[in-house]
Design a protein around this ligand. Sequence first.
Ligand SMILES: [Zn+2]
Length: 143
Amino acid sequence: MYQISRCIFRELEAEIVEDRQRGAGSTNRERVLRACETAVHRLATDRHYFAHPSRTLFNDIRAYFPMSAQLHVYRVVDRYLTFAGEYLASRPTAALELTGRRLDCRATTRKGTPCRRMPLPHNGYCPSHQHLAETEEVTLVAA
Ligand SMILES: [Zn+2]
């Protein structure tokens, strides 16, 4: 899965504009790679609160590309992140495989502690907290 960030990077690498002054600090290539990794990691661990992954990553890295490459950059980012999102949604164990840590249900129990049950991949709530996903959708529509 983290290969996805490398794939994005590899497709875009040639078009990255480098700073002319090579001083200390990271280069634009490193910044782009790190931004891709961050986005894929966030998608894997925090997908339900990550509203616009493609737009977010594109905004993070667009400054490192020339105007003429912007559309291509967005298309590459969107293609891979859409694929990653669908993969994560289709496999309950994907996040565990990727991060080594199990995801918990997003709900809080009546005692006020986080619910530790295994969430369903499509909305991040365990079977007993599915009703929360419904109210959430209503809130989103109303907002
Ligand atoms: Zn739950």
